[in-house]
Design a protein around this ligand. Structure first.
Ligand code: SF4
Length: 320
């Protein structure tokens, strides 16, 4: 299968008074058509910035992003406008991402209007009703305002809006983190159904590994702007190789009490360090219990250790 997205050496730095903030620092990955790639890490690791840079909501500092063999990072304004039909985003906070002064009809129709898709207001209305129906809402919701909806319903409105232009690729930026636990599964199921029906490809960003396990075909683990590990979902959960992934996974309770008792809990002390003026060497060194001298001086290569299983750690063979 050919990848629909090929990201090569993507960088996004921000200038700050004390230097450079390395939010995303040289990450590469492919996403195949109809696939979900999960992107996981603690807050401040750069995952949301990576998602926004990939669809050029942020201007990249460097790298290449191929969508159907065209480099999106090199596109001019006109080409970018056209490709935006195929790229959409679902935001984390359904409360903040919908304009409170617009009706649901206008919110969902906005991307259609931007691309001049509906020929007239009747077609525009009918298209919005179809989209609302697709996400489990109905015509009676069309003339209401966002404050009249629950969190789960607002996220459905956000999803309907993201589907309006029939995109190919959607960045889902923590789309369920702000929702009640009881609603989260419904939204995940809806995203999966839509993927099956429409052949969508997702980059699914989350801070919690347990959340992405079931929705993702493959999962990438990010720390301080870099990928630490990437593998097929089940492989990553059953055979984590990077110390950071091991620590994240050890914090997730397992239903089987025997396995839970046998498992060693690895404590992750402190928060993700500042991404400003990052020192050479492994990004995880300050929190890694395996660290050696080489980890402080040389940045580990992101290497494939078994088919499709990539790890960035000097000691992968030693500790696995
Ligand atoms: Fe730990 Fe060193 Fe591996 Fe980094 S390279 S994760 S510091 S062992």
């Amino acid at each position: 299968m050919e990848p629909i997205i090929r990201a090569k050496n993507i960088k996004k730095y921000f200038k700050v008074p004390s230097g450079n903030l390395l939010a995303v620092d040289d990450i590469s990955f492919d996403i195949f058509e109809g696939e979900t790639l999960g992107l996981v890490g603690e807050s401040g690791c750069g995952k949301s910035t990576a998602g926004r840079t990939v669809i050029r909501l942020y201007e990249p500092t460097g790298g290449e992003l191929f969508f159907k063999d065209k480099d999106v990072f090199k596109m001019n304004k006109r080409e970018l406008h056209d490709v935006r039909k195929d790229f959409q985003m679902i935001f984390q906070d359904p409360y903040a991402s919908l304009n409170p002064r617009m009706t649901v009809l206008d919110i969902v129709a906005e991307p259609l209007d931007v691309h001049g898709i509906p020929a007239n207001s009747k077609e525009r209305y009918e298209r919005v009703i179809q989209l609302l129906d697709r996400v489990g809402l109905s015509e009676e919701h069309a003339m209401r305002f966002p404050h009249e909806f629950s969190g789960g319903q607002r996220q459905r409105v956000g999803i309907a809006r993201s589907l309006a232009t029939e995109p190919k690729f959607i960045v889902c930026d923590e789309p369920i983190s702000a929702l009640d636990v009881s609603i989260q599964a419904q939204v995940v199921n809806l995203l999966q159904d839509l993927q099956d029906e429409m052949g969508l490809t997702y980059l699914f960003i989350a801070h919690d590994l347990s959340m992405v396990r079931y929705i993702s075909d493959r999962v990438a683990v990010m720390y301080l702007g870099k990928f630490m590990e990437l593998a097929e979902s089940e492989e990553l959960y059953n055979n984590p190789m990077h110390p950071y992934t091991k620590a994240l996974l050890s914090a997730i309770p397992v239903p089987d009490p025997a396995i839970q008792r046998a498992r060693k809990r690895i404590m992750l002390e402190g928060d993700v360090p500042s991404p400003i003026n990052v020192k050479p060497g492994c990004r995880f060194v300050e929190r890694c219990s395996y660290a050696k001298d080489i980890c402080r001086s040389e940045s580990p290569e992101f290497k494939e250790y078994s088919t499709g299983h990539f790890v960035a750690c000097h000691l992968t063979e030693e500790i696995n």
